[in-house]
Ligand binder design. Structure first.
Ligand code: ZN
Length: 188
């Protein structure tokens, strides 16, 4: 059993799937993540979206990536296939790579499970070596256990994906599991 889990989906937004930062292989994550969130909701495992909501002035927009996922635009919306269930899910907006950086994610996690708090974060989404990695780092610093959904994260290339997963395992003690393996664990 995974102790007090929460699913965190990072940057599953239009601009990364069909907009300026799109890459072909990214669509691989959709089907496994869809299965995972359906199972999570059924089993009362919290589902949290940690998504970019940029201002054009944000550091990573100006200095590194150009305009993407600008707050309030179509490109910043979660992709249709993975729409949040507004009756149960949470959406946390972030302005740089980590889902924890100056957002309400940590207090949210600590408030769940009747105040006992989330103990294990299960990370899916984009990109393995960027926002997933930074979110994992911040989760690790705060003492959370980390599981990475192997077929639910993607990167710019196969090499990035492979190295990204290795790094997460080596540096943040992340457990690398498939969506099906996670589903088996959370189905009580
Ligand atoms: Zn961004």
């Amino acid at each position: 059993m995974i102790s007090n889990p929460a699913i965190i989906l990072v940057d599953v937004q239009n601009d990364f799937f069909s907009g300026p930062l799109k890459i072909e292989r990214i669509t691989n994550v959709i089907e496994p993540l869809k299965r995972l969130v359906v199972a999570a909701r059924k089993n009362h495992v919290p589902v949290i979206y940690a998504v970019d909501a940029h201002y054009p002035q944000d550091v990573e927009v100006v200095r590194q990536w150009g305009n993407h996922a600008i707050k309030g635009t179509k490109g910043a919306e979660v992709i249709p296939e993975l729409q949040p269930d507004i009756t149960s899910d949470f959406v946390v907006e972030k302005r740089t790579y980590s889902g924890f950086y100056e957002t309400g994610l940590d207090p949210l996690l600590r408030s769940l499970y009747k105040g006992d708090g989330v103990k294990t974060v299960i990370l899916g989404g984009l990109h393995t070596q960027l926002c997933v990695r930074h979110t994992a780092a911040d989760a690790f610093f705060r003492g959370y256990r980390i599981i990475i959904v192997k077929d639910g994260v993607e990167a710019f290339s196969a090499a990035d994906q492979e190295q990204g997963l290795k790094y997460l395992e080596y540096v943040y003690d992340a457990k690398i599991m498939t969506a099906n393996e996670v589903i088996r664990e959370i189905v009580g």
